[in-house]
Design a protein around this ligand. Structure first.
Ligand SMILES: [Fe+2]
Length: 403
């Protein structure tokens, strides 16, 4: 196996010079877990729980049932913030933190999709450390003991109950939020943002509309594929990515088509999304973040559109990269030598069967929006982790191909 040199590309196999891996969230998965939310969250130090959610989820009655589970365990619900929008912003996080302070809360419980969970994470950081959401931006920049050299300081206990099977935010140390005035999404990642508890119960996705189940499922699939080919790969994440892909292969279409009647598929998709999440991503996410920031394309839809184009482009970069995609192809019974094309076609067909758009123009992106998207993708942190080095021309070409 070739070793990478300081100047050469990062090897995608062999023994790495360095990686670190952490996954510190206690996950409980199974049936009928919502009534034990309080019992479980108490073990993480929560007493006065501040619930973060959105109006749609609250309208389904799910929040009421979980609140009953909180109080059944002897905890109090200090307050509920249900104003999280589809793409949360720094302002929303600040408002949420202020509301939690006002309510005298000591812990956060997020009930929702990625936007709700990311809002709760950032609001919790602001609630605990002060400042505002914007101040939290960056990787590994949260306050630490010993003048920043020691252990990161904990934030207030956070539990997450995802209501979509996709983002994996319930077990990740990252959050993405929008700065609307600047049309950018900022990323915040550090160990304290790992929620202390994640509860995976298919009851939470029972009434999920098929369109959202499809889009969020494609987000999970993108995490698994990008995580596996990322320059920031690790053996730990490889194991998770590949098994997530097997579970997505077996459950995603079932969960979307049969929805309410297929608890097993919905439960397995919650677990698959949980396994797939990583902060080691690549150019699909780099392209999707600005598509969301500028044109409001939902994150999972943007990933579903961009994924095949990035696969094709990356796989043509080197045999070593193509080999990583071959490992993924095996799971889907794809053994063609032109793995980039074959896997990309497979993904496009899947996206079509799921009823999602396959082109950016169908998702409201105009052709003259491409320069702004290219700029956003080049500036996105995940670009640096893509296995093939990306230029502005490359991104412009991929966006045009996806239009
Ligand atoms: Fe994602």
């Amino acid at each position: 196996m070739e070793a990478g040199s300081a100047l050469g590309p990062t090897p995608l196999r062999g023994f790495k010079d360095f990686y670190q891996y952490a996954s510190t969230t206690r996950v409980i998965a199974g049936r009928d877990l919502l009534s034990s939310t309080g019992f479980e969250f108490q073990k993480e130090g929560a007493r006065r729980v501040f619930v973060v959610t959105d109006e749609v989820i609250r309208g389904t009655g799910l929040v009421d049932r979980i609140e009953a589970g909180v109080t059944d365990g002897g905890l109090e619900v200090a307050g509920v913030y249900d104003q999280v929008p589809q793409d949360s912003s720094a302002q929303v996080c600040d408002d949420c933190a202020a509301a939690a302070k006002e309510a005298g809360a000591d812990s956060f419980l997020a009930i929702g999709g990625g936007s709700v969970m990311d809002t709760a994470k950032v609001a919790d950081a602001v609630f605990t450390h002060g400042g505002d959401a914007r101040d939290q931006e960056g990787f590994y920049l949260m306050p630490r003991e010993d003048d920043g050299m020691g252990r990161p300081l904990d934030i207030a206990p956070l539990a997450c109950i995802p209501t979509t099977a996709g983002t994996g935010s319930e077990v990740s140390m990252a959050a993405v939020i929008k700065i609307p005035d600047e049309n950018v999404k900022i990323e915040i990642a550090d160990f304290p943002l790992f929620p202390r508890l994640a509860i995976l119960d298919p009851d939470t996705t029972r009434t999920l509309p098929p369109q959202i189940a499809a889009a969020t499922g494609m987000d999970a699939m993108t995490h698994a594929i990008e995580g596996y080919v990322s320059t920031d790969w690790s053996a730990h994440q490889d194991a998770r990515s590949l098994h997530a892909l097997r579970m997505i292969r077996d459950n995603l279409e079932r969960a979307v088509e049969r929805g309410e009647e297929d608890e097993e598929a919905r439960g397995n998709m919650l677990i698959a999304a949980n396994l797939a999440i990583t902060i080691a991503l690549g150019s699909v996410h780099a392209m999707s973040h600005p598509a969301g920031a500028h044109f409001g394309v939902p994150h999972g839809v943007a990933n579903a559109i961009h994924l095949p184009h990035v696969i094709r482009h990356n796989a043509a970069g080197s045999e070593e990269i193509a080999d990583r995609y071959r490992d993924i192809g095996e799971i889907f019974d794809i053994a063609e030598p032109e793995i980039g094309d074959a896997l990309a076609t497979h993904v496009t067909e899947l996206v079509g069967r799921l009823g999602l758009p396959t082109r950016l123009s169908q998702a409201g992106v105009p052709e003259d929006g491409i320069p702004a998207l290219v700029e956003g993708a080049m500036g996105d942190g995940t670009t640096l982790l893509n296995p093939r080095e990306m230029s502005e021309e490359d991104y412009a070409e991929l966006y045009r191909a996806a239009l």
